[in-house]
Design a protein around this ligand. Structure first.
Ligand code: GLU
Length: 480
């Protein structure tokens, strides 16, 4: 069997999106599972859409996810380099010339205005889809010579074979077929000398010995165009697998403009998600293991990845599941790593210059069991930094009659403590119960809302401890 070689071929038109990251991940897992190579190729031929820093961002976030390429622009194998399409224009030109020579392709001198006018006419005549009218296929030798003498700009079009069927077995969808009669003569090189995606991708996949291609389903309809080129050169095509869409909870394709879902890896990194959790979560977007388990390390995923278990139906992006999963990974961190993860967010949000480190440790550790992502710590610990206030849902308890009794008793108890620790505080609460006969919710919610202003939070003794003795007593003294 040939050595497995797959590629992730982003266009540097933006930051690493969750859909692209998943494509990269599945190619990577497939390659590593089969002991093959994972290649990063930059498809930068759409020069108007390229953005400054797009390539760096792709690399930076792949690195963050630990999806590391074996070959890439910065890691070239001389046999296959270069890895940026704009550095391979000479290579494409050679193959364009060969196709022109073999009459599989021809020069088209039509101007954009002429083409537009023709397509408008076709639409007006009721054609469902428009296609090139092959005007330049039928130019006489004299007309061609005149165009050349005038140095008229031209594109190169592929001459689509008549009545061919393009059949292939997709690793995900099974048998797929397209008819050539549905496809017009398409441009393989634009008049600016740059090849189109459908042409360049074939040349590169062939020259780079790519054996398998996993990509998004938006490329399924491109595949017959690519197969035409493989046939014309008499090259063997790779095996294709077109992955299904990622959809939102309403079943609609994720739109990059939809702000209700974070879609870029940069956003997840900035919000303090863990890259291993992201990889684990993305691995289940359109793939499922043979068991019921859902938590897998990087190496386990490589071991169990099976392309036959890629899903045929769209995969739903489930935000709650991502939160659940990231929380599982946060829970598993040792306390130092956890502290280092959350502290940058704490420092950016609050002035901690007068806080003692042990206190900070205890405070942030209280939230490790529940934290979904690191940035969330800010909202959770805000009551310990900001001016005291009572949140709306806490009012009912804060203003209850029994709470007034709890307030006076608890103030006395806490004020009298000579040691400020959770055990002593819990004992103080018990004493309040014995003294006042108030217990259960009225006692605990009364005490909680009095001291923290909130009706929820980590365990009561720890919450009171984190507020500090002076502040707790002050809050029990000045009711608001
Ligand atoms: N540059 C293409 C994209 O970003 C790659 C398509 C392919 O994998 O063939 O969608």
């Amino acid at each position: 069997m040939k050595r497995v070689r797959v590629r992730y071929a982003p266009s540097p038109t933006g930051h690493l999106h969750i859909g692209n990251a998943r494509t990269a991940l599945f190619n990577y897992l497939f390659a590593k599972h089969h002991g093959g190579d994972f290649i990063l190729r930059i498809e930068d031929t759409d020069i108007e859409r390229n953005v400054e820093g797009g390539e760096e961002s792709q690399l930076e976030y792949l690195q963050w996810l630990n999806i590391l390429p074996d070959e890439a622009p910065h890691l070239p194998n001389p046999k296959y380099a270069p890895y940026r399409q704009m550095e391979r224009l000479d290579i494409y030109n050679e193959y364009v010339d060969q196709l022109i020579e073999a009459k599989h392709a021809y020069k088209c001198y039509c101007t954009p205005e002429e083409l537009e006018a023709d397509y408008a006419e076709q639409k007006a005549a009721g054609h469902a889809s428009t296609r090139y009218n092959q005007k330049c296929l039928h130019l006489s030798d004299e007309e061609i010579a005149a165009n050349e003498a005038n140095e008229k700009p031209f594109m190169v079009r592929l001459r689509v074979p008549a009545n061919e069927t393009y059949k292939f077995t997709d690793m995900i969808r099974g048998e797929v077929s397209f008819e050539s009669k549905d496809i017009g003569d398409w441009v393989i090189r634009k008049s600016n000398g740059i090849p189109t995606y459908n042409f360049a991708v074939v040349i590169d996949d062939h020259l780079m010995d790519i054996t398998h291609v996993f990509r998004g389903e938006e490329h399924l309809s491109n595949t017959p165009r690519q197969l035409m080129v493989y046939n014309m050169f008499d090259w063997e095509a790779p095996i294709f697998g077109h992955m299904t869409l990622i959809v939102n909870s309403e079943g609609k394709k994720l739109s990059k403009r939809d702000n209700s879902i974070m879609q870029f890896m940069s956003q997840y990194k900035e919000a303090g998600f863990l890259s291993d959790a992201m990889v684990n979560f993305m691995s289940l977007l359109g793939w499922s293991p043979a068991t019921e388990d859902e938590i897998f390390t990087h190496d386990q995923l490589i071991e169990i990845f099976d392309e036959n278990r890629l899903s045929k139906s769209p995969s739903m992006f489930d935000k709650d599941k991502l939160m659940w999963m990231n929380n599982k990974y946060i829970q598993a961190l040792d306390s130092e790593t956890y502290y280092d993860l959350v502290m940058p967010f704490v420092e950016a949000a609050f002035d901690i210059s007068d806080k003692d480190e042990a206190w900070l440790h205890t405070l942030v550790n209280l939230y490790q069991p529940q934290l979904a992502y690191a940035e969330e710590i800010v909202g959770l610990i805000a009551p310990f930094f900001n001016a005291f206030e009572v949140i709306e849902t806490a009012r009912e308890y804060y203003d209850a009659e029994t709470t007034e009794t709890v307030r006076l008793a608890l103030r006395e108890q806490l004020n009298a403590l000579s040691e400020w620790n959770v055990t002593e505080i819990n004992q103080a609460i018990k004493n309040v119960q014995n003294e006042t006969g108030i217990k259960g919710k009225p006692l605990f919610m009364g005490a909680r809302t009095l001291v923290t202003g909130s009706d929820h939070g980590p365990d009561l003794g720890s919450s009171i401890y984190s507020i500090g003795q002076t502040e707790a007593v002050r809050r029990l003294t000045e009711k608001i």
